[in-house]
Design a protein around this ligand. Structure first.
Ligand SMILES: [Zn+2]
Length: 473
């Protein structure tokens, strides 16, 4: 940083911690000496006539407001004070001041020697500010409020690990173009007209030579983490809750992010018990027509021919704890073909009129709540509303907003999942899409009773040898 040529000195008289008065002249003298030592040029002194320390607002301190405005406008390019507690005793205000300082790039020094160009210096300052404030009550609460205040202004927490999509070292304020493009493309894959799986996104990102922030190849877990992160959607969080939109750019907007959350939630079906993944589309839907037990599906080789068989198991208890009767054993593929035809017909028959929720209603509702939050925020910032009232109202409105947004996102996903898209998923019989196809089956079929057709029949079974109970819609 170049040497400041237009320094403003801020002096304030008030009783200090030990009840002593620190005269403005003494403060000014020390500040001027510092500037001289540093080779800085003093332009103006901003004296504050006594105002009591900790509870005073910015509005009650005209000189403080003035020096801040001048620094912001570039009229001065440096601020010097005797010590941090001359500047402010409120940590929230100090945090705000340091924020302005970094944003507008003016120099700041105290005669006690904090150097704010280093993270350590800023930390020392913050701690000093906190200590100065300790005598005023509820310090931790105020730190929280200052954090919340930052978040309320759309400034996300700047700490933490590097995150995919953001330029390293930019405190999540700048996007990495190439990574952002991958995130957006992956989003289009997941929610496109022919939806792909997170596994597809993993393969796509890896094929582009991208690697995870931890350095290795992408995995389903690490890809999901990217889409699960609120930051990816430009959402500012406070204590784990989304409270507003970031003022900085993000790879996805809120609507896109919410839609992908709903999608990931809907995919998070618990893995079936036993041997891991299901391999057969209708296993779990088939019941023994004789005893009602769940039928198994298995590969079998009989007389040199390998085929799938579904059967009632009499030697092992099923998930329902019952032993099967063992009287039903059928070729699976015939059943599968019949049920496939039935599901495809049901999907094609679904008329668009069955769609619900006109999205406009929700949009209006969301807009209304957002407007109320903005109005409250404005009143609070202008000091026309007490902190407690504000945060109280805010948490109610946030809750309302969250509910509305979740409903809106669900509607979007639901719409993208109906009609032609469901048919497209249905027709994609990649093993990756099995669980989604099963989800579609579940919208059509509740369960299927399978009856015995006897052994060794040459003729194809009769359609009445299965009985389908449709899913209630
Ligand atoms: Zn049975």
């Amino acid at each position: 940083m170049a040497k400041p040529k237009r320094v403003g000195i801020y002096v304030r008289i008030s009783k200090d911690r030990r009840g002593q008065e620190l005269g403005v002249q003494r403060q000014e003298k020390a500040c001027r000496e510092l500037c001289e030592r540093m080779g800085w040029v003093v332009l103006k002194v901003y004296p504050e006539n006594d105002v009591s320390a900790s509870t005073t607002s910015k509005r009650g301190r005209p000189a403080y407001a003035e020096i801040l405005r001048d620094a912001r406008d570039g009229f001065i390019d440096g601020v010097v004070v005797h010590s941090v507690d001359r500047l402010t005793r409120r940590i929230s205000e100090l945090a705000g001041f340091l924020e302005e300082q970094r944003e507008h790039g003016f120099a700041f020094a105290t005669t006690e020697g904090e150097d704010t160009s280093t993270a350590n210096g800023r930390m020392v300052l913050t701690i000093k500010g906190a200590v100065a404030q300790q005598e005023s009550e509820r310090m931790s609460e105020r730190i929280n409020i200052s954090l919340l205040q930052r978040r309320e202004q759309g400034k996300p927490h700047a700490g933490g690990k590097r995150q995919f999509g953001f330029k390293e070292g930019s405190c999540f304020q700048e996007l990495d173009e190439a990574e952002t493009e991958l995130i957006r493309e992956g989003h289009r894959m997941l929610l496109g007209r022919t939806p792909r799986t997170p596994g597809d996104v993993v393969r796509f990102w890896n094929s582009r030579g991208s690697s995870s922030p931890q350095g290795g190849a992408w995995t389903i877990q690490s890809v999901k983490r990217v889409y699960r992160s609120e930051r990816t959607g430009g959402i500012v969080t406070y204590k784990g809750q989304g409270i507003g939109d970031s003022i900085y750019p993000a790879p996805l907007n809120r609507e896109q992010w919410e839609a992908v959350q709903t999608l990931l939630d809907s995919r998070a079906t618990p893995a079936p018990q036993g041997s891991g993944k299901r391999k057969h589309l209708y296993s779990g839907f088939l019941r023994c027509g004789n005893c009602g037990s769940a039928l198994r599906v298995q590969w079998a080789t009989i007389q040199g021919r390998t085929f799938r068989r579904t059967f009632c198991h009499s030697g092992q208890r099923g998930k329902d704890g019952r032993l099967g009767c063992g009287k039903v054993s059928r070729k699976y593929v015939w059943i599968e073909q019949r049920l496939n035809e039935m599901v495809a017909a049901a999907l094609n028959a679904r008329s668009p009129q069955q769609e619900e929720t006109p999205a406009e209603d929700l949009t209006d509702g969301i807009g209304l709540v957002e407007a109320r939050i903005r109005a409250f925020r404005g009143r609070w910032k202008d000091g026309r509303m007490a902190d407690e009232d504000y945060f109280d109202s805010l948490s109610h409105l946030r809750e309302e907003l969250r509910t509305l947004r979740t409903r809106a996102a669900t509607a979007v996903v639901r719409r993208s999942r109906t009609e032609s898209d469901a048919v497209a998923v249905w027709e994609d019989d990649d093993t990756d899409s099995l669980e989604r196809r099963r989800a579609i089956v579940a919208t059509v079929i509740d369960h299927v009773d399978v009856f015995s057709v006897g052994r060794g029949r040459r003729k194809p079974p009769d359609i009445t040898s299965i009985r389908v109970t449709p899913a209630s819609r």
